[in-house]
Ligand binder design. Sequence first.
Ligand SMILES: Cc1cc2nc3c(=O)[nH]c(=O)nc-3n(C[C@H](O)[C@H](O)[C@H](O)COP(=O)(O)OP(=O)(O)OC[C@H]3O[C@@H](n4cnc5c(N)ncnc54)[C@H](O)[C@@H]3O)c2cc1C
Length: 410
Amino acid sequence: MTRSDPVYDVVIAGGAASGLALAAAVRQALGEGVAIAVVDPSPPPPGPAARPPLRTVAIAEGPRLLLERIGAWEAIEPSAQAIVKMEIMDGGVRDAVRLPHLHFDSKNGSPLAHMAFNDDVVAALSALCDRLGVQRVAAPVARWRPGRRVAELGLADGQSLRARLAVAADGARSKLRALAEIPAYGWDYDQSGIVATIAHEYDHEGGAEQHFLPAGPFAILPLPGRQSSIVWNERRADARALIALDAEDFVRQLEFRFTPKLGAIRLASRVEAFPFRFQVARRFVAGRLALVGDAAHVVHPIAGQGLNLGLRDVAALAETIVGAMRLGLDPGSPSALADYQRTRRFDVAASGMGMDLMNRLFSNDLGPLRFVRDLGLRLVDRAPRLKDRLILEAGGAGRDAPRLLRGVAL
Ligand SMILES: Cc1cc2nc3c(=O)[nH]c(=O)nc-3n(C[C@H](O)[C@H](O)[C@H](O)COP(=O)(O)OP(=O)(O)OC[C@H]3O[C@@H](n4cnc5c(N)ncnc54)[C@H](O)[C@@H]3O)c2cc1C
């Protein structure tokens, strides 16, 4: 590294959904006025022919508006599916019928959320960053040195990059967070989510279902055509045993849990299990460093909020960076970083703990608890204003939300 090497305004470690969305949002707002690079050793996701995508994300309305505003939604929409209704039921695996306790319907033609494959979201953002001229560096971050005016990121291939602001978007096991010595607190759930794509006989009509079964939530989430994605929570050992079954036995186990409404079912993908964890970083900022996405927090996917929270970080941080740079200020200054941390801390703590509580409340089969929670669900179902409020909160696009989550340009 020499003194004549360029100093980037922003270098982002991690080029998946959170990192790429941040790069695109900032570059789109500031154009050539910002020097920005994304560092990631992994190539963008392969096309569907190479390896059909498996993991899906439910994109809430606020994050969808962000994706639309920065120019990525157009490429995601053709393979996304709108969720127009959602039913929540509580019951046992072998119950002949599980009655819905809580319904949500779309309002004013606006879907509750959209389902998309995570790989499609990343591929669309990657192509957008290329169009916008975001510089890409294919190497992992291996060293970190914060400084008074610039920070230095050392890459495993020996290169070094200097930046006024570095962003850790490098996932739950963030190397950059560890190098910056920011502790992360949390716990493992003895739960894994079994994920697969299921083809079914009848149309889902945009309906999603969440079944609270004794081992944890079982979600059926609509995909384009007569297909749905499942996220099936089981204890880790049981999940391992289930994914080791042959396809026929796996489908038989699935039939006990799946909704009969969709008729005959078959496996339309491979099956994988993802272990679940709750984790939150002690701080979201350090000297010349901000954390976004899973690098900052990992939440239980019970309400499909992980990436949504990450995109809410992106909206807040992009607004901070663009606001500072338009005024000729330093995007990595302590006051800019403090602003970002202040905006995000409460939302992340409230959402993370809320999902943890919900998972604990619903992942067991105690009779009295079941009675109380079912009563709670039915009470909520009869309170239309509360339901509207819950949809608005989950959507993250409320009045005080950062501009991009309201679809407003930076
Ligand atoms: C089963 C399951 C279901 C889910 N369902 C939903 C849902 O419905 N809705 C929702 O919103 N969320 C959902 N989530 C959560 C969501 O998938 C994650 O929150 C999201 O993918 C995190 O994105 P990210 O960009 O922050 O991190 P990641 O996707 O983890 O990306 C991190 C990137 O950093 C790179 N990297 C790693 N190390 C380095 C390094 N040293 N230097 C540089 N780069 C590095 C990696 O190559 C990777 O590209 C679900 C998760 C699971 C497991």
